[in-house]
Design a protein around this ligand. Structure first.
Ligand code: B4P
Length: 190
């Protein structure tokens, strides 16, 4: 069983690298951002609640996200393990994930922190904004998301350092170069 958290600021390549990890290691994928965007599209109660937070670059409240993730995890039956993409984004979410996995006799085996400079993040997200149609890929919201990351999400790094599963991954360079660094980190604990 291999449970991976892929972590980093907005635009660091979490979604991009998750696809490659899934193809190589056969893991199930849980992306909280993708789930929330689907809920918004379907205009569910959860989607209506989440939309105002996402449009403003804020985090959706912990209680909502943790409940959503717990339900998603219950529906999964993957024996290889899971890649958590965009979750946890707060220390409380990290603690909740630990408890959920403990109930199954599991833990997070690897936490990958994609390190990318601020200017590169902004350039990538502006470029994606030209084609993505995402309401949060505009300069004002991007800057807000980076600020929220620094204030509320970056403390999660210390949580996983204390857990002993932390791996820093330089996140600039070609997608394949970065994936090679990620593969080396995963293979070192397998
Ligand atoms: P997410 O969908 O997770 O959005 P994100 O942080 O912007 O990451 P994303 O996966 O999209 O970007 P990536 O780095 O892959 O969340 C959206 C919103 O949902 C949040 O702001 C929040 O409001 C809410 N939310 C989600 N999870 C939550 C939680 N747990 N708690 C509370 N709220 C939550 O890729 C960025 C771009 O870079 C791509 O276009 C890609 O093509 C490009 N790229 C990737 N690698 C590259 C490389 N090496 N070189 C050049 N470009 C590259």
């Amino acid at each position: 069983m291999l449970n991976i958290v892929i972590f980093g600021p907005p635009g660091s390549g979490k979604g991009t690298q998750s696809e490659k990890i899934i193809a190589k290691y056969g893991l199930a994928h849980i992306s909280t951002g993708d789930i929330l965007r689907q809920e918004i599209k379907e205009e569910t109660e959860l989607g209506k609640q989440a939309k105002s937070y996402i449009d403003q670059g804020e985090l959706v409240p912990d209680a909502t996200i943790i409940d959503m993730l717990e339900k998603k995890l219950e529906t999964l039956n993957n024996e290889q393990g899971v890649i958590f993409d965009g979750f946890p984004r707060t220390v409380d979410q990290a603690g909740a994930l630990k408890k959920m996995l403990q109930k199954r006799g599991e833990d997070v085996n690897v936490m990958l922190n994609l390190e990318v400079g601020r200017e590169e993040l902004i350039q990538r997200l502006l470029k994606r904004g030209e084609v993505s149609g995402r309401s949060d890929d505009n300069l004002e919201t991007i800057e807000k998301r980076i600020h929220v990351y620094e204030e509320q999400t970056s403390p999660v790094i210390e949580f996983y350092k204390a857990e002993g599963s932390y791996h820093a991954i330089p996140g600039e360079g070609s997608i394949d170069e970065i994936f090679e660094r990620i593969s080396n980190a995963i293979d070192s604990v397998k």
